[in-house]
Design a protein around this ligand. Structure first.
Ligand code: 0O2
Length: 213
């Protein structure tokens, strides 16, 4: 194994374990018949090319080191998608209450969106990974966002890649408008939340009634 593989291996384990645990939260809501605040969960270890870019941006040497592990807080990245804006606070609370991780920092890009238009709630956690050499504490970034915020962020991210971070002014403005439109959609959905949830309960009950196994 190369130096990078050895360095990244606890991060890979942290992502795998946290993915299972966060998805478990979703199933637990399902088991208790409650509507889950979590729609779906994804996770990834930051690709080496992105680690390289971020290290350069921050003026850190691109080498497996404690400094890199401290400065790059999102080498292990988890993403939790919610239906509604209010669900984000519910999920953040559930994470704060856990005993298997320690919250280090929270960044509220929902109340204060980034100039790009980006919205999301970020929680940096310290997570202990058990290895054959003992315990390794790694940092992980958990991003919590609505489906609309995720829709915007994933498109902006791919366009960003295409334009290498420098958008023509018109596209920049359009993306900011699109971010506002996505947020309006979230607000609209929140205001009709109760009706939607009632419809979902009705649908589930009817599905169970017509499928008695
Ligand atoms: P990738 O490809 O997702 O890994 P800081 O160190 O606090 O100054 P930093 O390191 O940028 O700031 O952390 P921050 O602000 O918490 O954001 C890190 C991640 O949030 C990004 O990772 C993205 O995933 C997401 N993000 C932040 N701003 C934007 C944005 O304007 N558009 C999109 N689409 N995503 C954003 P990476 O490493 O940039 O990218």
């Amino acid at each position: 194994m190369g130096h990078w593989d050895i360095f990244l291996s606890p991060y890979k384990q942290a992502v795998d374990e946290l993915k299972i645990k966060l998805k478990g939260m979703r199933s637990q809501f399902g088991n208790t018949g409650m509507t889950s605040p979590i729609e779906f969960v994804t996770g990834r270890v930051k690709p080496l090319a992105s680690i390289y870019d971020k290290a350069r941006e921050k003026g850190i040497l691109f080498e497996p080191s404690q400094k890199l592990a401290t400065e790059l807080q999102d080498i292990a990245g988890l993403r939790i998608m919610c239906q509604f804006v209010d669900d984000i606070a519910t999920v953040a609370n559930l994470i704060r209450q856990r005993n298997d991780l320690r919250v280090i920092e929270e960044k509220d890009y929902i109340t204060h969106n980034k100039p790009s238009g980006y919205r999301s709630y970020h929680i940096i956690v310290e997570y202990p990974v058990e290895t054959i050499q003992g315990k390794v504490d790694v940092l992980a970034e958990i991003q919590i966002r609505t489906l609309a915020m995720n829709f915007w962020a994933s498109i902006e991210h791919s366009l960003n890649y295409k334009y290498k971070g420098v958008f023509p002014e018109e596209i920049k403005n359009r993306l900011q408008n699109a971010a506002e439109a996505a947020f309006k959609l979230d607000e609209e959905m929140s205001s009709i939340r109760s009706e939607i949830q009632e419809a979902q309960v009705y649908f589930t009950e009817n599905k169970e009634a017509s499928n008695p196994t």
